[in-house]
Design a protein around this ligand. Structure first.
Ligand code: SAM
Length: 297
């Protein structure tokens, strides 16, 4: 496989489980809020066979170029926007969808292409933007935010127990230019060995802040429920507890209240990957899928 092809490969997680809960039927309309490299989309579209009523969203230009090439000539609408903007646009058009999927977080190409700056294992610039048109980068946060604000980001989005210490070390060593430099600085706050690299939480926190990830999800969730047609199904796949908590709460909010309930939760507990999938695709280890169906009123 060429380097470029390898960089543009993403193995979708929990595909069978997503299909089971989304139950896509022939003719269904489909909204994929994080279409990435089109693995889930391909599986869903095979069932709906209705590409003209499919909308694929991704804020990343590399992903969108791949989606356009992969589904060329099939009349699928591809939106290169963040999913909140895309949702607002679709709501203004008063469209409804039978099947909605959000497979949150970053893709394998984000992590594999060192120049994107997402991976602490590959030396790259402090970038971490999913949408490279935006001006806020990891470098801006790391090198210009006040130490206290940096500590707050590490604590809130990384649940970093030594947030203040890590922020202090970073602030004292500015400018920080690369992912490797950042990883080494964070490790200074955690002498000794640990199973997970001590900078993992910092990288997660900075990435979430750069891409405003949790706010996008928090605001998006109730709108996605609104966008479902009666009887429509939604599935959300999350990769860490901060995301999963938002999904769980939004589903509880929309399913409670007796007569006012708008959805029925289909997954009492989040669905996780089996051992076999994890061996084949280690990224699946932390995936959690929650699904719900719009009540037919
Ligand atoms: C886990 S990957 C999705 C992979 C996809 N399901 C597939 O089968 O290839 C997540 C994708 O969502 C995109 N993404 C994450 N947050 C987003 C947001 N707020 N708006 C739009 N796209 C987003 C990322 O750029 C990435 O391509």
């Amino acid at each position: 496989m060429h380097q470029k092809d390898q960089n543009n490969t993403h193995i979708p997680v929990l595909v069978e489980e997503a299909l089971q809960y989304l139950s896509p039927q022939k003719g269904d309309s489909y909204l994929d809020l994080t279409a990435g490299y089109g693995g889930h989309a391909e599986a869903v579209l095979e069932c709906t066979n209705n590409p003209r009523q499919a909308v694929l969203v991704d804020r990343d230009q590399n992903a969108v170029e791949n989606l356009e090439a992969k589904f060329k000539g099939r009349g699928i609408r591809v939106l290169n926007k963040d999913f909140l903007q895309a949702t607002q646009e679709l709501m203004a058009e008063a469209g409804k969808f039978d099947v909605i999927l959000a497979d949150l977080g970053v893709s394998s190409p984000h992590l594999n292409i060192a120049s994107r700056g997402f991976s602490l294992g590959a030396d790259g610039p402090l970038d971490m933007r999913m949408d490279q048109r935006q001006t806020l980068t990891a470098g801006v946060i790391i090198n210009t935010y006040p130490e206290a604000k940096l500590a707050e980001i590490l604590e809130r989005y990384g649940e970093e127990p030594k947030a203040r210490k890590v922020a202090k070390i970073i602030a004292a060593n500015r400018p920080v230019e690369t992912t490797t430099q950042l990883a080494h600085l964070v490790a200074r706050a955690w002498p000794g060995h640990s199973k997970v690299h001590p900078a993992t939480r910092t990288f997660q926190a900075i990435r979430i802040a750069v891409n405003d990830e949790l706010e996008q999800i928090r605001q998006g969730l109730p709108l996605w429920i609104d966008l479902l047609s009666p009887g429509g199904r939604i599935a959300i796949i999350s990769f860490h507890s901060l995301e999963d908590r938002l999904v769980k709460q939004a589903f509880l909010d929309a399913s409670g209240g007796g007569y006012d309930a708008t959805i029925q939760i289909l997954t009492k507990h989040p669905v996780t990957a089996g051992e076999q999938e994890i061996v084949f695709n280690p990224r699946a280890r932390s995936a959690k899928l929650r699904a719900a169906a719009k009540i037919n009123k």
